[in-house]
Write a protein that binds this ligand. Structure first.
Ligand code: SAH
Length: 251
């Protein structure tokens, strides 16, 4: 089923008005007709199954039939990604969204290959967020994860200061038990930072600095994973833990 995102102001009672480029898409590309079902959400926390009512030149109106299934993970998994080469970043964003990441924060660590600057970064950020939106649609996310502007390593540590669980993926950490223990600490509502180094990895000084800020260096096994594999493996592990855990009832 096609999925569209609108602003809260476009949801009025049981009626939703779609405007902008989606109208042309519905009318002329998808050639949809009144009566067809679509999914429409605000990209944050509301998502509905709807039926198209009127398809006009400038707007499309739809009637809400029911709430759509909540597909979000119960904890917020934020991926801090040391900047890799650009095509890899796009793959990472798409897959991280499919796996349920809450937010993606690109970080210019010491060994990051790509250092972005001003105007170029603006365009790239727009593209990255468009990739996140289309992956969110494809994977039936209620939330469209944000890809944040690139941060320096120190800014990233600062941004994650209040996170409940902070995992820095480090190939020199030993044993996966620490990853398992971290996963056990995650509860509904927990905010989790997952920090992945770029192709060249973290410098040892970065690992020490992060540890001083409360990050635990954790291993994903005895093999060296590529940067695009590491974050996705960590997200998959935590997603599995969250989706299979049985939390005691909160009274
Ligand atoms: N410094 C290394 C590997 C970098 S791999 C080198 O150049 O040979 C890129 C990133 O993936 C690392 O910074 C780390 O965050 C993550 N990573 C790769 N293998 C890992 C493992 N076995 N355990 C945890 N993290 C890993």
């Amino acid at each position: 089923m096609y999925h569209f995102f609108v602003k809260d102001g476009q949801i009025a009672g049981s009626e939703i008005t779609i405007a902008g480029s989606d109208v042309n898409h519905i009318r002329n590309v998808l050639r949809m007709k009144p009566g067809e079902q679509v999914r429409i959400g605000n990209g944050l926390d509301r998502d509905f199954l709807c039926v198209l009512e009127e398809i006009a030149a400038e707007t499309v109106t739809a009637r809400i039939v029911s709430e759509a299934e909540d597909t979000e993970l119960s904890a917020r998994l934020c991926l801090f990604q040391g900047l890799p080469k650009s095509d890899k970043m796009e793959l990472i964003i798409q897959k991280a969204v499919e796996l349920g990441a809450y937010q993606i924060v690109p970080v210019a660590t010491h060994r990051a290959v790509v250092k972005l600057d001003g105007k170029r970064e603006e365009g790239r950020l727009r593209r990255w967020n468009a990739i996140a939106e289309s992956a969110a649609k494809q994977s039936k996310r209620v939330l469209v994860p944000e890809v944040c502007p690139v941060l320096s390593f120190r800014e990233a540590l600062k941004q994650a200061k209040k996170f409940d669980v902070k995992l820095l993926l480090y190939e020199n950490a030993r044993g996966m038990r620490s990853m398992a223990e971290a996963a056990e600490r995650i509860r509904p509502g927990t905010t989790v930072g997952i920090f992945v180094g770029p192709e060249g990895g973290f410098e040892e000084t970065e690992v020490r600095e992060a540890e001083l800020c409360g990050w635990s260096a954790v291993s994903l096994g005895r093999r060296i994973l590529r940067t695009e594999t590491a974050g996705l493996a960590a997200l998959a592990i935590l997603m599995y833990c969250l989706e299979t855990a049985e939390w005691p009832e909160i009274s």
